[in-house]
Ligand binder design. Structure first.
Ligand code: NDP
Length: 326
C-alpha cells in the first residue's frame, strides 16, 4: 500500500479538512505501522477538524485521537504483524498523524494490545471518551463512593457521559444523569440511569452549600454546571472533573472543600501512564456491558466525519461515533 485514504487538515485561509490520497512517505516516524480498521470521533476531534479550537500543533495533520487496527510492520520486539492494537491519546491526531486514515505509523509504547473480550469496533466505541469515563470511575473508587447516595453524571448523553452512566449503573450505583436534551431521556434510562436531571438545575446560580445529595460525580461539562455540582456533594465525596463542554471557567467557593471535605479529582487520559491504561482497558472489557456499549455506538464512514465534527461541538451527537476505515 503506497498510498492510502486520509482526512487531512490544512491551515491557512480557509482552514480545510479534506479526504485525499496520502503517501506512505508522508507518515511521521515511528516503529509500528498499523492498518487502521476503526477510529472514533471525540469532542477534541471536532475542535481539530473544524478549527474551532487550537488542538492541532503542526500542519498538514491527520486528526483522530483514537485508532484500532492490525500491525502491518513492526521494528519493536513488543509487536508483530497481525497483532490487534488500540491507541488513544499521546498527542496523536494533535502533534502526530492520527487515526482518521487507513494507515498510521506510531510509537510502540503508545499502543495497547486489544484486550480479550473486545472487538476492534467495540474498542473504538469506547475510545478516548470511554477510556476517560473509566479513569473517572477508577478515581472515584480510589476515594470511595457512597453506595447509599446517588452518583451524578453530567453531559450524560455525550460520549464520556454515556459510558460513565453505563459503567456506574453496572457497578450497582443509582445514577442521576444530567442532560440538556430531554429527548435523550429514554436512551439514558436504557443505559441504566435511575433518574434524569435537567442541566439547567445544576447550571442555575447555587448557594455555597446546598443539601448534600451526591455520593460521587463524573463531570464532563465544567463551567457553571460544575459550579452547581460542588455545593450538592455529600460529606467526604468526590467529583471527577474530566471535561469542559460547557466552559473552562469555574466560579465557586472553598466551602464544599473545607466544610464538607469534598475532593475535586482531575482526570487526564492523554498522558495516562501505561500501567494504569492497561488496568483501565481490562476493566472496560470486563465491566462495560456489551449490549449497552453497542446501544451507544453509531458507525459512520470517513466521508461523514466533517459534518459530524460540527454536530459534536453543538452537543448534538448521542453516545459514541465509530469511524470505519477498512
Ligand atoms: P460529547 O460532545 O460527546 O459530550 C459532551 C456533552 O456535554 C454533550 O453531549 C452535552 O450533553 C454536554 N454539553 C455540550 N455542550 C454543553 C454546554 N454548552 N453546556 C452544558 N453541557 C453541554 O463530548 P465527549 O463526551 O467526547 O467529551 C466530553 C468532554 O470531556 C469534552 O469537554 C472533552 O474535551 C472532554 N474530554 C476530556 C478528556 C480528558 O482526558 N480529560 C478525554 C475525553 C474528553 P447533554 O446533551 O447530555 O447535556
Amino acid at each position: 500500500m503506497q498510498t492510502f485514504k486520509a482526512l487531512v487538515v490544512e491551515t491557512g485561509d480557509p482552514y480545510t479538512a479534506q479526504i485525499r490520497q496520502a503517501s506512505v512517505d508522508e507518515l511521521p516516524p515511528g516503529d509500528v505501522l498499523v492498518r487502521v480498521a476503526y477510529s472514533s470521533l471525540n469532542y477534541k476531534d471536532g475542535l481539530a477538524i473544524t478549527g474551532a479550537g487550537k488542538v492541532i500543533r503542526s500542519f498538514p495533520m491527520v486528526p483522530g485521537i483514537d485508532l484500532a487496527g492490525t500491525v502491518l510492520e513492526s521494528a519493536s520486539p513488543d509487536y508483530k504483524p497481525g497483532d490487534a492494537v488500540i491507541l488513544t491519546g499521546w498527542g496523536v491526531g494533535e502533534r502526530h498523524w492520527g487515526g482518521l486514515a487507513e494507515l498510521a505509523r506510531v510509537r510502540a509504547e503508545w499502543l495497547v494490545p486489544l484486550p480479550d473480550g473486545l472487538t476492534l469496533q467495540q474498542a473504538m466505541g469506547i475510545g478516548t471518551a470511554g477510556f476517560t469515563a473509566m479513569l473517572a470511575v477508577m478515581a472515584l473508587e480510589a476515594h470511595t463512593i457512597d453506595k447509599n447516595r446517588d452518583v451524578l453524571v453530567t453531559g450524560a448523553a455525550g460520549g464520556v457521559g454515556s459510558v460513565a452512566t453505563a459503567l456506574l449503573a453496572r457497578l450497582g450505583y443509582r445514577v442521576v444523569a444530567s442532560t440538556g436534551r430531554t429527548s435523550e431521556e429514554a436512551y439514558l434510562k436504557s443505559l441504566g440511569a435511575g433518574e434524569i436531571l435537567h442541566r439547567s438545575v445544576l447550571a442555575a446560580p447555587a448557594k455555597p452549600l446546598e443539601s448534600e445529595r451526591f455520593g460521587g460525580a463524573v463531570d464532563t461539562v465544567g463551567g457553571a454546571v460544575l459550579a452547581g455540582v460542588l455545593p450538592r456533594m455529600a460529606y467526604g465525596s468526590s467529583v471527577a472533573a474530566c471535561g469542559n463542554a460547557g466552559g473552562v471557567k469555574l466560579e465557586t467557593t472553598v466551602f464544599p472543600f473545607i466544610l464538607r471535605g469534598v475532593n475535586l479529582l482531575g482526570i487526564d487520559s492523554v498522558m495516562c501512564p501505561r500501567e494504569k491504561r492497561l488496568r483501565a482497558w481490562q476493566r472496560l472489557a470486563h465491566d462495560l456491558p456489551k449490549p449497552l456499549l453497542e446501544a451507544a455506538i453509531q458507525t459512520v464512514s470517513l466521508e461523514e466525519v466533517p459534518g459530524l465534527a460540527q454536530a459534536i461541538l453543538q452537543g448534538q451527537v448521542r453516545g459514541r461515533v465509530v469511524v470505519r476505515l477498512s
